[in-house]
Write a protein that binds this ligand. Sequence first.
Ligand SMILES: Nc1nc2c(c(=O)[nH]1)N[C@H]1C(S)=C(S)[C@@H](COP(=O)(O)OP(=O)(O)OC[C@H]3O[C@@H](n4cnc5c(=O)[nH]c(N)nc54)[C@H](O)[C@@H]3O)O[C@H]1N2
Ligand SMILES: Nc1nc2c(c(=O)[nH]1)N[C@H]1C(S)=C(S)[C@@H](COP(=O)(O)OP(=O)(O)OC[C@H]3O[C@@H](n4cnc5c(=O)[nH]c(N)nc54)[C@H](O)[C@@H]3O)O[C@H]1N2
Ligand code: SF4
Ligand SMILES: [Mo]
Length: 728
Amino acid sequence: MVVETKQTFCRFCHAFCGIEVDIEDGRAIKVRGDARNPMYEGFTCIKGRQLPEQHYHPDRLLHSQKRAPDGTFAPIPHQRAIDEVAERLSAIIAEHGPRAVATFSGTYGFSYPSSGQFTGAFMAGIGSNMTYSGGTIDQPAKPIARSYHGNWGAGPQMFDDADVWMLIGANPTISMWGGIPQYNPAKRLHRAKQRGLKLVVIDPRRTEAAEKADVFLQVKPGEDPTLLAGILRVILGEGLVDGDFIAANVRGVEALREAVEPFTLDYVEERAGVPAALVERAARIFAGGERGSATSGTGPDFAPHANVTEYLINAINTVCGRWLREGERVPNPPVLRKPKEYRAQAYEESTDWESREKLRIRDLPITHIGPPTSALAEEILTPGEGRVRALICIGSNPMAAWPDQLRTHEALQALDLLVTLDIKLSATAKLAHYVIAPKLSLEREDTTLPNEALSGVFGFAQGYPAPYAQYGPKLVDPPAGADVIEEWEFFWGLANRMRVPLRTAWGEVDIDAKPTSSGLLERMCEGSRIPLEEVKKHPHGHIFTDDEIRVAPKRPGSPRLDVGRAEMLAELAVVRAEPHFEGGGYRAGESFSHRLVSRRLLESYNSSGRDLPRLMRRYANTGNPAYMNPLDLAELGLEAGDVVEIESARAAIYGVVAPAADVRAGVVSMAHAWGDAPAEDARVRELGANTGRLSDTQRDYDPITGIPVMSAIPVNVRKVAEPAPGGG
Ligand SMILES: Nc1nc2c(c(=O)[nH]1)N[C@H]1C(S)=C(S)[C@@H](COP(=O)(O)OP(=O)(O)OC[C@H]3O[C@@H](n4cnc5c(=O)[nH]c(N)nc54)[C@H](O)[C@@H]3O)O[C@H]1N2
Ligand SMILES: Nc1nc2c(c(=O)[nH]1)N[C@H]1C(S)=C(S)[C@@H](COP(=O)(O)OP(=O)(O)OC[C@H]3O[C@@H](n4cnc5c(=O)[nH]c(N)nc54)[C@H](O)[C@@H]3O)O[C@H]1N2
Ligand code: SF4
Ligand SMILES: [Mo]
């Protein structure tokens, strides 16, 4: 049998690495990094190399499923499933109005751009704005803080020519997500260190990235606002700022200076648990460099006061002048997007949350990033007009990923209609009325456009650092006999039956003549700087450099970046006034022994990957380990492999302990999106445990984004007996 080799890109995670796939007899048999890909240079991780196992997994859904009243699932042709879902949605809308219908787009809603467009168009078509996404339980503080601070039209300085860099609660060489561009991040970091980059890392865990740090601040979880205010105080106090940039482009420096004044090094040391001399050194190194950014990941954005944390990160970059200037070459102009203008000036954004439409729940606003996912369970459970009664999940898994799993579990069971588009019977799918079986990545054509569009949305070091794009053709057919579709086809099918107009960003879609995937790709790339046809000529991907694309001068009368926003500085004052306790708690009268922090494991991707044996070797008898410092284990009389109960103010989970000297004492470091429904708790060694259950969506949540405390969660840890199987 001949083996053919073809190029495409991996979509197991959002890094979209360029890969080569060996195909034998119409089946993908092997995946490796594409050494000729100019962006990734042959890099892949162990997850991407499992794409064949994922595609041909015995539990992969090759047919859509319908749940019978007794809880069992039976295959249903996808056309029939769409007929029935359309009918039930129409009935719900007729009786309760369109707001009763919600969508939740998750990890694999991002990977395929037509999914998002058709979800949005369908929802707009029926007249519902209940379009929730993973973004509001990810790093919503980034766009919110950016709005308060203002946006810089030319973008931030880049990693590849930086001489200083600060990583706050991000671990890019494992998460491949950002903070350092997620395209072969280890190699980028290695090269940067070789040219002399000075790296500051702030994390409660000595991460893989921290191993490479010049200064490592092992901060107490949740204390980033204090630490960053302390760093700013040093920068401003010692005048380590870019005075010219500030004079021309910034306002609010005096207000900021006053606001950080109470964050003395002594105070920071005591509260954030970082030696004063190290804080000083970090500030001097970062501000003393020529180019670089302070960047962050999910960790600090899951902790309290995340908007302030992100605001202070913006302020550090701004007072140090870490933005691209007039005349500089734009490092990453669009490829598959339309040409755009880059100006060396600030742009103001609206922060008028108060005048926006509010949810019924806790008066939370629907901001420009959509309604807050952390309130959706309550939108489902709270009676009255506007109650959400139908939910469609697109490449997402609320049971694994939403904070406050007990509430989520209750809510999902209270729905009149739950539909999920998923490749397997996930914990959410098991509760669904219909599961729609989608095609997998190697069975569909697409482009790297979503990653290109990332830059500027999430902040620093996001999106491609160069004008790169790749087109990935369809490489294999779905397994014989399969009835699988692309997610957009589901929404098109609903629109067709319900007579709902579909207006995407690429124009109106005919709801009687079904488009093709190729046609949609062409439409979404219409007017792009580089035509799709040209990109297709480069099967290994290509960097479409254009030295003529430069940063334009600012327009007269342009606004300034604002580092002194009253709302943010007022919240910083709240931080300063808060009591801080020796234990883990945030409130007086509460006593907790530890704080539990989020982390990523290389071998799983949120709730994906746990069914792939080669990924799970290390976790075969532990699930997602509860990593703790050996000092803590000794104190609690624990040994590796013991089962503990981890209890927050909201709920308790089991965890299997693993010693980890890289974790700060007093901290439990544990990955999310493991475990299953509460009845399966005793199977902790096999399924892991769901850390989301420890969060309380109704307590200590952010009043703008609604995000509850999802990291730096105060918990108590105690040894318990091995849970009895079947004993939930
Ligand atoms: N406690 C805690 N909670 C967290 C986090 C945390 O760190 N701690 N992280 C948060 C973050 S950052 C995020 S982004 C969210 C993620 O939240 P979700 O996106 O809801 O979670 P995932 O587990 O990624 O869900 C992806 C689902 O898509 C399915 N799937 C896999 N491939 C495909 C495909 O090709 N097509 C389709 N249609 N489906 C597919 C998978 O089987 C899985 O069920 O979780 C958040 N929740
Ligand atoms: N292998 C793998 N890759 C993934 C994912 C996955 O599940 N597995 N998930 C993907 C998703 S959805 C996302 S959003 C990205 C996230 O990408 P990252 O944000 O880089 O994710 P993490 O590796 O969890 O890094 C978060 C870091 O924050 C630290 N941290 C926790 N709490 C605090 C705190 O209070 N303060 C500070 N300073 N640090 C803290 C943790 O110790 C951890 O090192 O990763 C993506 N990539
Ligand atoms: S980092 Fe791994 S999972 Fe992510 S795209 Fe690359 S090979 Fe795939
Ligand atoms: Mo995420």
